[in-house]
Design a protein around this ligand. Structure first.
Ligand SMILES: CC(C)(COP(=O)(O)OP(=O)(O)OC[C@H]1O[C@@H](n2cnc3c(N)ncnc32)[C@H](O)[C@@H]1OP(=O)(O)O)[C@@H](O)C(=O)NCCC(=O)NCCS
Length: 313
């Protein structure tokens, strides 16, 4: 059965309905398939942060699918066009409208525009969620990097053991002019350019962000890591590091600043030593994600820490 819908840009008047839709669709999907609906809480209120962040970061880019008769919001798809690629996420369809082509319909014009602009489309999708994996796979997306989602309840007394080498050199930056330097490192390591995202985090006007950098003895940037301290989303990333040692120093510092909280972060599955270090700090696996691309994936060096807010595959 097909659901009639109209597509239009998401507007500020949709934000409350968007928060409800994100909460409802995630709870319903994870509860009905995995018995894990409770991980998204009982209230839509924390989900208000998502449309607020995305409207500030990429105004006018999100796609809304609506019931043509009632105007009810049936689906949302967030889009982050950058000069090297187009990032997509979150995509969500109202429970009653799922499985009827709505998500494909929202993504189709986004993919068509990316093709016209000759840009790859990138996202990070849960490997526990076969509906979303299949949706992207049918549209031609190919997984290229696997990530472990780790959750770590940081003790009030701090992480066990000693700080990794380099942790004392990690420092916070707040000047928006640092965005270009961060973007240049990510471009060098992963071929992606995301300066607007870093300028957004450094402005720190919507959400609650900390941006930490690590430099070597000569002052060259070896990595950076953004942390969301907003109670609606306690998460580390995005970030990049030249090697696992730099990544460990950045992670340790970000976690130490979250004593008493339980942040989630994504670590590339190939970062074997770093993952063992995270377990030693008390991290637990909570999900698996695959970075997927529709279009060429530039060669990658070092590590990346993707996030869902904003999607940074
Ligand atoms: C993931 C989600 C957005 C999909 O939305 P939807 O509107 O139901 O998706 P669609 O009906 O457009 O497309 C689903 C596609 O996956 C295909 N599919 C689903 N399960 C499949 C499977 N096991 N094997 C192969 N294909 C499968 C469907 O056939 C369809 O492809 P088609 O259009 O080529 O026929 C929806 O389930 C949802 O909102 N989930 C909760 C929120 C969420 O988890 N979002 C993703 C992470 S942010």
């Amino acid at each position: 059965m097909s659901t009639p819908y109209t597509l239009r840009p998401l507007v500020a008047a949709d934000h409350e309905a968007t928060a409800h839709l994100l909460h409802r669709s995630l709870v319903q999907w994870y509860q009905s398939r995995l018995g894990q609906g409770s991980r998204f809480g009982t209230s839509h209120e924390p989900f208000r942060l998502f449309p607020a962040v995305y409207a500030e970061l990429d105004p006018g880019q999100a796609v809304a699918a609506c019931d043509p008769a009632s105007g009810e919001l049936l689906g949302v798809c967030f889009v982050h066009p950058r000069k090297t690629h187009v990032a997509v996420g979150i995509v969500a369809t109202a429970p009653a409208a799922q499985g009827r082509g709505l998500a494909r319909a929202m993504l189709t014009p986004v993919i068509a525009q990316a093709r016209r602009d000759q840009l790859p489309v990138r996202l990070v999708s849960s490997l526990l969620n076969l509906d979303s994996f299949s949706l992207y796979s049918r549209l031609g997306f190919v997984p290229h990097t696997l990530y472990q989602d780790l959750a770590l309840a940081v003790p009030a007394t701090g992480l066990p053991g000693t700080a990794p080498t380099g942790a004392t050199r990690v420092r916070l930056v707040t000047d928006p002019s640092a965005a270009a330097r961060l973007a240049a490192l990510e471009h060098e390591l992963h071929g992606l350019h995301r300066e607007p995202d870093y300028a957004f985090f450094l402005r720190n006007q919507v959400g609650d962000w900390r941006v930490a950098v690590l430099e070597d003895a000569h002052g060259a940037l070896t990595g950076f890591l953004v942390a969301s301290h907003h109670p609606s989303c306690v998460m580390l990333g995005p970030g990049v590091a030249r090697d696992e040692a730099a990544a460990a120093a950045l992670l340790w510092s970000a976690l130490d600043a979250m004593r008493g909280a339980s942040p989630v972060f994504l670590v590339p599955c190939t970062a074997a030593s770093l993952i063992q270090q995270c377990y030693a700090w008390g991290a637990r696996n909570v999900e698996l994600h695959a970075a997927q691309s529709l279009g060429p994936v530039p060669p990658s060096r070092g590590l990346s820490f993707p996030t869902f807010l904003p999607e940074s595959g």
